[in-house]
Design a protein around this ligand. Structure first.
Ligand code: FE
Ligand code: FE
Length: 312
């Protein structure tokens, strides 16, 4: 007797199939990023900055452990799937739990193992804001609107948002995640990728994934396509002489943008977000070319602000 196979069964028979989407594992993600940043800080001209961000990631790791699982709206998910839309766009679906996460992170960072004394007033200022003011800044940051007076607190707010959005993405199942159009934004939260990564290990090995800067979801995109405009023409790579090929800038002649591509085949521990932060030199180099960075690193506001303050 013949039986018609269901889509899931067909995929299971295909041993060459690879995951289309990789959902984050919050229990390890932030701790691993922190460890990677500390590794990359050694001998790095921006070591102090990387150590500072690693402490924020430690606080993220601690906060995510005590967070209760989010409730997902099944009807909302079904409707997004039907329309090939990102499931829960970040700006419209900020979980109220992010405020508790932020408070927990501020507690950690104010402690003995936390941030150095000169940065403590910044934490106090953030603690003093009411929930409405914090929500307002959060929404603006998710839309890449950063007021000068919020630049200092931006990495803490984005870090707390990352914790709740990552946990939410982790509570989905891969089958829930729709194929979206355009394929250049996160199918879960509609944010832009911070960088892309060529993975090693398991069925994902050798495939390129775009890594969401907000929820850490990864979705596959063929290497020949621009991760910003999906053009297959005029893709080139640029790196720093002598710095190896673990992190390169992928440039696109069609849209004039670049985004970093992190290659685990060249460095097995490479992490899209951490390695992007640690290779600011490559961004400086790219700023002298005609290519513009496609999307920012969500934790980078402080480093961007510092030179401006020195000039004023
Ligand atoms: Fe996302
Ligand atoms: Fe492009």
């Amino acid at each position: 007797m013949q039986r018609i196979l269901q889509p899931g069964e067909i995929e299971a028979l295909d041993h060459t199939s690879f995951p289309r989407v990789i959902l984050p594992v919050p229990a390890g993600l932030f701790a691993e990023r922190a460890a990677r940043l500390r590794q990359l800080a050694e001998g790095n001209p921006i070591a102090d900055y990387l150590q500072f961000v690693a402490k924020i990631m430690d606080a993220q790791h601690e906060a995510v452990a005590s967070l209760s699982p989010p409730e997902l709206d099944a009807a909302l998910i079904a409707s997004a799937q039907q329309h090939s839309m990102p499931l829960l766009p970040a700006v419209e679906h900020i979980a109220s739990a992010w405020q508790e996460v932020l408070d927990a992170m501020l507690d950690t960072l104010a402690g003995a193992e936390g941030l150095p004394a000169p940065l403590q007033p910044l934490l106090q200022e953030l603690r003093g804001l009411d929930t409405e003011a914090r929500d307002d800044i959060a929404r603006k940051l998710l839309q890449k609107e950063v007021a000068a007076r919020h630049v200092g607190m931006a990495p803490f707010i984005m870090a707390a948002l990352q914790v709740t959005f990552t946990q939410r993405a982790a509570s989905l199942s891969v089958q829930d995640v729709p194929y979206t159009d355009p394929a250049t934004i996160c199918p879960v939260c509609a944010s832009e990728p911070v960088a892309s990564v060529i993975r090693i290990g398991g069925k994902a090995a050798g495939h390129r994934y775009l890594h969401c800067g907000t929820c850490a979801c990864e979705w596959q995109m063929v290497r020949v396509k621009c991760s910003h405009c999906e053009s297959t023409k005029g893709i080139h790579y640029q790196g720093i002489d002598g710095a190896g090929e673990a992190v390169l800038a992928e440039t696109c002649d069609e849209c004039g943008s670049y985004r970093k591509i992190v290659n685990q085949e060249k460095d097995a521990l490479a992490d899209p977000l951490a390695d992007d932060l640690a290779t600011l030199m490559l961004d400086l180099l790219m700023s002298e070319t005609r290519f513009e960075r496609a999307s920012p690193n969500p934790l980078l506001f402080v480093a961007v602000a510092e030179p401006q303050e020195e000039n004023s």
